[in-house]
Design a protein around this ligand. Structure first.
Ligand code: PLP
Length: 418
């Protein structure tokens, strides 16, 4: 059994059933007649009616291009699009709405910083610092830039419990570190990284920081200014919003110092064959007709989470984590991978003699959706010497009943294979 700190399981006080009732997909009976137990929230969250309605409302009542026309629909579209920027700026604690660049998601935001901030500044001998627990989205863009520039990707190792120690991070920082890029919360292990201290240490070494906030926005409070993050990338779909949409926070001076990502409409000030001048930030980075419905729906998702008591949500998720962890530790042959203190509501695990995919398939037959595989974190699998893990991850709408169904399902699997 793994040595996980065992908070005492308590009965949830948060009304998760009420939250659940806002999500139409969770209320649908499965073909088997069973209730859906959705525990794959780290991959993507379900959408509340308010978010679905915002997308529908946009296409019914506001569909037009943004920024360009003066007609009523275009004004409505622009209002919804720019309104979402204000909401995201507020939610992330950004000092200015101009520091919020709309992107296709976390992956897109990281690639933007890799190509537009890092690539022009990097050369042979320079270093990009990442940790061993990163999602592929925060590894591969840096490898691509390193290959193009002759810079090197340096890796901070993770401990046996899946934690990242500040000392190990500091030991890998040097005057050669141009950018340090690391997750706020690991999607494969649930580890919460000491990001504020890491950012401060990176700054002391003269490096700029990019934080992969894909998981953190859903599982912890985020305040980019309090963290002093230079860049912070998020995806809407991890926070009850639409897929293929997200935001990159960047400090204004850094954004202003960067060349555009892509060329096209909306990102320019003037165009002529003798030369083109670019729009101000953030529009300089938003070429082409954007995902306007995505912005409107993400704005609605932020309104939705703001209306929940976020601290109560996080407490609720920790109660579910404690309840599930305690019960899983009693299942013979089950090992939790990622046991760092203070982790978020994500549990990766393996079971002796049972492939993770079989766990996933058997649970699915009972209406329980979990994720199995490498979770886009192959170096983590290598670190723990496993081909794959099964992973459960919680959201506000999960209940103690969901956890109990999971534990019952895992118990049956253990009895069949054990
Ligand atoms: N980083 C982390 C920690 C993630 O969990 C994910 C998604 O699973 C990503 C990055 C990539 O997000 P997206 O696919 O929305 O760009």
């Amino acid at each position: 059994m793994s040595e996980v700190q065992q908070p005492t399981p308590t009965m949830p006080t948060f009304d998760a059933d009420r939250v659940r009732s806002d999500f139409p997909i969770l209320l649908e009976a499965l073909p088997s007649g069973r209730r859906l137990v959705y525990l794959d929230n780290a991959a993507t969250t379900q959408k509340p009616l308010a978010v679905i309605a915002a997308s529908d409302d946009y296409y019914r009542h506001a569909n037009a291009n943004v920024h360009r026309a003066i007609h009523t629909l275009s004004q409505r579209a622009t209002q919804q699009y720019e309104g979402a920027r204000d909401k995201i700026a507020g939610f992330l604690g950004a000092g200015s709405r101009d520091e919020i660049v709309f992107t296709g998601g976390t992956t897109d935001g990281i690639n933007l910083v890799a190509q537009c901030y890092a690539r022009p500044r990097l050369g042979p001998g320079d270093e990009i610092l990442v940790t061993e627990l990163e999602h592929h989205s925060n590894i591969v863009p840096w490898q691509m830039v390193a290959e193009a520039t002759g810079a090197e990707v340096v890796v901070v190792p993770i401990g046996d419990d899946g934690s990242v120690s500040l000392e190990d991070f500091k030991a890998k920082l040097s005057e050669r570190t141009t950018i340090a890029a690391f997750a706020h919360i690991s999607n494969s292990l649930g580890t919460v990284l000491p990001v504020a201290d890491m950012i401060s240490a990176a700054h002391d070494a003269g490096a700029v920081t990019l934080i992969d906030g894909a998981q953190a926005v859903a599982h912890s409070p985020v305040d980019v200014e309090a963290l002093d993050a230079d860049f912070y990338a998020i995806s809407a779909h991890k926070l009850f919003g639409p897929t293929g949409f997200g935001a990159l926070y960047g400090k204004r001076a850094l954004l202003e110092s960067m060349p555009p990502y892509q060329g096209g409409g909306d990102m320019i000030e003037t165009v002529s064959f003798s030369g083109t001048t670019y729009n101000d930030v953030p529009y300089k980075f938003e070429a082409g007709t954007p995902n306007i419905a995505g912005a409107a729906a993400f704005g609605a998702a932020i309104d939705y989470v703001n209306a929940l008591d976020l601290n109560a949500v996080f407490e609720h998720e920790h109660e579910l984590l404690a309840r599930a962890t305690a019960a899983m530790q009693d299942i013979e042959g089950l090992r939790i991978i990622g046991t760092a203190p203070g982790k978020a509501g994500i549990i990766s695990f393996v079971m002796d003699g049972i492939h993770a995919h079989d766990i996933g398939t058997l649970l699915d037959e009972s209406g329980i959706a979990i994720r199995t595989g490498h979770h886009c974190a192959m170096p983590v699998m290598e670190r723990f010497d496993v081909a794959a893990t099964a992973r459960v991850s919680f959201a506000a709408y999960n209940t103690a009943e969901d956890v109990d169904a999971l534990i019952q399902g895992l118990g049956s699997i253990q009895r069949i294979f054990g």
